[in-house]
Structure formats: C-alpha cells, structure tokens
Design a protein around this ligand. Sequence first.
Ligand code: ZN
Ligand code: ZN
Length: 210
Amino acid sequence: MFSIVLFTLGPVMTNTYLIADDETGESVVIDPADEGKRIVNEAKKRGWRIGSIWLTHAHFDHLGGAAGVADAVNPPPPVALHADDYSLWRIQGGAAFFGMRIDPGPEPTIELHHGQVLHLGNHQLQVYHAPGHTQGHVMFHNPAEDILFCGDVVFQGSIGRTDLPGGDFSTLINSIHTQVLTLPDETRLLTGHGPETTVGEERKYNPFIQ
Ligand SMILES: [Zn+2]
Ligand SMILES: [Zn+2]
C-alpha cells in the first residue's frame, strides 16, 4: 500500500508529506517544512526508514525541517531538488525576504529533472518540471494512485504566487495547463498549502484557470 501522512508545519502552514511503501517500509519526506524530529519520530513509530528528502522547490517554508530530519536519521537522507532552484536554495529559500533565518540542511545531491522516475519501494513517482512559482519547481506524480504532489503550483481555488524572485505568472499558468489540467479529473492534488483538492474541482471552480 502507498501511505501518506500529512503534517502542516512552520510559520506559513506548509504541508509536509511523509509517504511510504508499507510493504517495504521505505519512506520519503516531501517538503519537510519544519519540526524535522517530529517527522522522523512519526516514521519510526510506523517502522519506516526515511530514504530521501524530495523538495518541490527551494522556498524556505518547504525545507526548514530538512536539517532536523537529516540530524535524526543515520545515514542522513539525500536531498533531491531541480537544478533551476539551486540558487534559491543557496540563499536559504529567500528566508531573509521575510526577516527569517533557517538552516537549509544538507546540500541537494539528487538532481531532479522532467520525466525522471523516482522509486519508493515498489511504487514509482514521476517528476514534472512546472516552473512559474519558482524556476525549478517540480511536482511528483503517482499515476497508479492518481495522486499529484503539486507543491505551490496550484491550490484549492488559487495558484502559487509569482511576485517573488524567479516567479512568472504566464509561465505558471502554462505549467498548470500543460501538466495539471492534462491529468484525469479524479487525480488528487496534494498541495503545498491548504486542503487537498482534485484536478476536476480546479478545472471547474478555480478562477485563475478558467
Ligand atoms: Zn513556494
Ligand atoms: Zn509554500
């Protein structure tokens, strides 16, 4: 079974997803926003090993817990990020713009690219490069389960902001049209902030993508 544990963490209520293959006990943290130790404890409680950290993008609110996860897991799980967000990662995900400082954790060593297939036990997730909110933003799609971890690309009734460095509105809208709305209506969208939604709901009701 493909399991998902949701945490909402950090100063701007970012969604962190601890995902696992129940059969093998392999797990991954998508966007460890904060409280790394708490995420690791939850995995331990369930008998899961955290093998990697996958970042949808390098904004500080999506990686503030990476250092805590790395400190509590031996060996520290490698961090995966798209190369176009490395420069953002190097400035702590823009934390200074918000008057904050974070420890970004271990340097990313897995370079994500569009079309790449990532393995989690017996499950496979595909990487979609979806720029616009940041240049190196990616989404993780599990086609067998009809689930898209879409980060800050699209939210219930809204879309990611594009006024921060590296953001571009028309690029984001294009990413949504070519990579989100092309998926079946029943596809679950597990977003970076707020409640989960579906492709069909957003196709119908999201005012930004009519
Ligand atoms: Zn963001
Ligand atoms: Zn965010």
